[in-house]
Design a protein around this ligand. Structure first.
Ligand SMILES: Nc1ncnc2c1ncn2[C@@H]1O[C@H](COP(=O)(O)OP(=O)(O)OP(=O)(O)O)[C@@H](O)[C@H]1O
Ligand SMILES: [Mg+2]
Length: 243
């Protein structure tokens, strides 16, 4: 079967800056794929191109057998691309359940049905006890979870997670890892950006490393972490003598 997601020769330029440079990646159905790379490598930009926030300068994006390159973000969401934002985007003055209902309304216009779906997602994400709390009153780990819950309420086939495990305590991060596994077990494909290698590498089936906007290496996590090119990119010594 064809990949669920494919980017083909995708470029994104911001004026003179090349944020994505000829990026071709694919994500198979049921996979958890990690997208890693140093700060400014172009990871969030690639998410924005996949989700339809920005049109790529060049190249195409294929989702579920269809060219979605020119499709607006809301329509891609209905096709099954769900995402979280690196900077949490919840509605702070709304309750947790209402935030998730906003996601659920992508699939239904019946409020009762949206509420039922939102409750189901809050159970799934471990936020049920916080349903009636204002989003602004959540602790940071719960806010990340709420981001995931809102995206799940849209019933995605592909979930894009942008640093949802970043800045968490080790215990919170492990709870997050368990949630990502549960999402995949529910049949949802995951593409996730994460910095903390110790957390992300045991979780993913495959890792793709972006550096300076380009795909540097991709492969099995164990091979990727040992790759000298990856070590060099992370240590930032590409300008060192002899490098
Ligand atoms: N809307 C924009 N306008 C101009 N430049 C941008 C824009 N969005 C991103 N960039 C630039 O593109 C490059 C890639 O940014 P991006 O946010 O995609 O990196 P990232 O890999 O997600 O980094 P981080 O790990 O810090 O989140 C950076 O140099 C950034 O400053
Ligand atoms: Mg980013």
């Amino acid at each position: 079967m064809s990949a669920l997601l494919e980017t083909r020769g995708v470029w994104q330029r911001f004026g003179g800056l090349v944020a994505n440079s000829d990026v071709s990646i694919s994500v198979g159905r049921g996979e958890i794929v990690g997208l890693i790379g140093p700060n400014g490598a172009g990871k969030s930009t690639l998410f924005n191109l996949i989700a339809g926030v920005l049109p790529p300068t060049q190249g195409s994006i294929w989702f579920d057998g269809e060219d979605v390159t020119r499709m607006p973000a809301a329509m891609r969401c209905r096709r099954g691309i769900g995402r979280t934002f690196q900077v949490v985007k919840s509605f702070e003055t709304m309750t947790v359940i209402d935030n998730v209902i906003v996601g659920a309304l992508v699939r239904t216009t019946v409020m009762r049905e949206a509420r039922r779906k939102a409750h189901e997602v809050l159970e799934f994400t471990g936020l049920a006890a916080r349903a009636d709390v204002l989003a602004s009153d959540l602790v940071p780990a719960e806010k990340r979870r709420l981001e995931v819950a809102r995206a799940l309420a849209t019933e995605p086939k592909l979930l894009l997670l942008d640093e949802v495990l970043t800045g968490l305590t080790p215990t919170e991060a492990q709870t997050g890892v368990a949630l990502v596994r549960k999402v995949r077990d529910a049949g949802i494909t995951v593409l996730m950006v994460e910095h903390v290698m110790e957390i992300v590498m045991p979780l993913v089936d495959r890792a793709i490393v972006l550096d300076l906007g380009k795909v540097l290496v991709e492969g099995k996590p164990a091979d990727v972490v040992r790759d000298p090119k990856v070590i060099k990119a992370y240590l930032g010594d590409r300008h060192a003598v002899g490098a």
